[in-house]
Structure formats: structure tokens, C-alpha cells
Design a binder for this molecule. Structure first.
Ligand code: B12
Length: 219
């Protein structure tokens, strides 16, 4: 096994175990060896979190284990984020992003933000547990081209509809494209609640946003 493969294995296992220090050390070593930030993310860290979700579903992991795993990944994200974002070109649009009210899952949203910034968007991150009026105010204040709502629980997913209604009532619906996403969200749900689109991951979020707001894409 090459050192690169060992590092990816180490990132996977240490994230799974919530060992934050080794995750940071291995991330730094990977970068020193010239590994691409996106490979570190998609081949080491994200698969670990997927496995955490599976273990939680099977009752082998509980909330504390999920939390330490997410924190371990967070340490690596702090290092990778600026590197991924700096590949970006000139601003192509303003994107307001938040996790819906009642929901504190932010890893998926943060990944979308990093990729959007990397693609040249200015991202206004409203954080987690974002109330409808906060989305509305931010869209108005920043003249946003697009707004993204992240929901990871079946119980908080309906907040997407509440937010869309609030945006419509505020008279802003025509000036902003609305994207929704997160683990339980589907294209059918997006259609049902009148969002402009759904994307299952960060790269397709970038592609979809560019398409919706009419930004040129390389062939
Ligand atoms: C880590 C985690 C946590 C952490 C969150 C830490 C954090 N800072 O985010 C903690 C421990 C806090 C947590 C808490 C809870 N969690 Co939790 N959690 C997870 C876990 C394991 C991973 C989620 C994650 O970050 N995945 C990694 C990212 C990269 O996921 P991703 O989906 O691939 O992300 C992409 C897309 O979704 C998309 N995307 C995301 N957002 C957006 C937004 C837009 C606009 C677009 C276009 C796209 C988009 O792009 C992302 C990047 O590629 C999931 C399991 C799972 N399968 O999702 C459970 C899970 C989401 N949690 C679950 C539950 C039940 C809970 C709790 C209720 C547990 C409890 N009893 O307390 C609480 C709820 C707290 C709350 N009020 O929000 C359930 C939800 C079940 C359901 N259907 O409702 C899941 C599915 C686990 C399970 N299988 O049962 N959790």
C-alpha cells in the first residue's frame, strides 16, 4: 500500500473513531505529499461520515459518536476549506445558505459552501437553525441570486416549504432561485414545495446554481 493510500485509510479510520488530532496530522501530511484537497475530502473524510451514518442506523453508534466523528472531520475541513475556495475565479453570484429551523446539521451545507466559493460565488452563510425571517432578510439585504436550504431530518424538511412561503409573501420569490438539499430531500419534494431545484451533493449544487442563474459553463 502506498503512503497516500495509508493516509486515506488513516483519515477514514480516525474520523470514524472521532480522533481529531491524527485527522489533522494526516491531512497536513497528505497536503505535503501533494494530494489534492478534494481527494482528501471525497476519498477519506466523507466515506467515513457515510459509515458513521450507517452505524448510527444500525444502533452501533449513538449521538456522541456521531458528534466526535463530525468534529474530527471539522478539524480537517478548517485546513482544506481555504485551499478549495482559493481555486475560484471572479464572483459569479451571491448565494445565501442556511440550515433550516430546528436542524443543526451543517457538514453538508458547509461542503456546498466550500464548493460554491471555489466556483466563484460569494456565499453568505446564515449558519444552522435559521428562522424563515432570517432567510428573507438576508435575501433582501444581499440582493441574493440564489438561496439554499439544508435539512437533514424528516421532521425539519417541511421548513423548506415554510421558508418558501415566507419568501413569496415578502415579494422576493421572483428575484431569487431557491435550492433545497440534505439527506432526506428529493427532487420530488423540491417539485412539491415549489423550489427551483434539488441537488444531492456539493458539485451538483454548483452546476445547478450556475444553470439556474444563467452563468456560462465550460463545455
Ligand atoms: C453527523 C450527524 C449528526 C451530527 C451533526 C454534526 C454537524 N455539525 O453537522 C449530530 C450528532 C449533531 C447529529 C444530531 C442529530 N441527528 Co444526525 N446525523 C449525522 C450523520 C451521521 C451525518 C450527516 C452528515 O453531515 N453527512 C455528511 C454530508 C456530507 O452529507 P451529505 O448528505 O452527503 O451532504 C450533501 C447533500 O446532502 C447536499 N446538501 C446538503 N445540504 C444542502 C443544501 C442545498 C441547498 C443543496 C442544493 C444540497 C445540499 O450536498 C452535501 C455535500 O455533498 C447523518 C447520517 C446521514 N446518512 O446523513 C445523521 C442523521 C441525519 N441524523 C439523524 C438524527 C435522527 C439526528 C438526531 C435527531 C439524533 C438525536 N436523537 O438527537 C439529532 C438532531 C439534531 C438536530 N436538531 O439537528 C438521522 C435523521 C433521520 C431522519 N430521516 O430524520 C440521520 C439520517 C441518521 C440516521 N440514519 O438515522 N447528527
Amino acid at each position: 500500500m502506498s503512503r497516500q493510500e495509508e493516509i486515506l485509510d488513516g483519515l477514514y479510520n480516525n474520523t470514524l473513531d472521532g480522533e481529531d488530532e491524527p485527522v489533522v496530522e494526516l491531512t497536513n501530511e497528505a497536503l505535503e505529499l501533494g494530494m489534492a484537497p478534494l481527494d482528501i475530502l471525497f476519498e477519506g473524510l466523507i466515506p467515513a461520515l457515510e459509515e458513521v451514518g450507517r452505524l448510527f442506523e444500525e444502533g452501533e453508534y449513538f449521538v456522541p459518536e456521531m458528534l466526535v466523528a463530525a468534529n474530527a472531520m471539522g478539524g480537517a475541513m478548517g485546513i482544506l476549506k481555504p485551499l478549495i475556495a482559493e481555486t475560484g475565479a471572479k464572483p459569479v453570484g451571491i448565494f445565501v445558505m442556511g440550515t433550516v429551523k430546528g436542524d443543526i446539521h451543517d457538514i453538508g451545507k458547509n461542503l456546498c459552501n466550500v464548493m460554491l466559493e471555489g466556483a466563484g460565488f460569494e456565499v453568505i452563510d446564515l449558519g444552522v437553525n435559521v428562522a424563515p425571517e432570517v432567510f428573507v432578510d438576508a435575501i433582501r439585504e444581499h440582493n441574493a441570486h440564489a438561496v439554499g436550504m439544508s435539512a437533514f431530518l424528516t421532521t425539519t424538511m417541511p421548513m423548506c416549504k415554510v421558508n418558501i412561503d415566507a419568501i413569496t409573501e415578502a415579494g422576493l420569490r421572483d428575484q431569487v432561485k431557491i435550492l433545497i438539499g440534505g439527506a432526506p430531500v428529493t427532487q420530488e419534494y423540491a417539485d412539491e414545495v415549489g423550489a427551483d431545484g434539488f441537488a444531492p451533493d456539493a458539485s451538483s449544487t454548483v452546476r445547478l446554481t450556475k444553470r439556474l442563474i444563467g452563468v456560462e459553463q465550460p463545455a
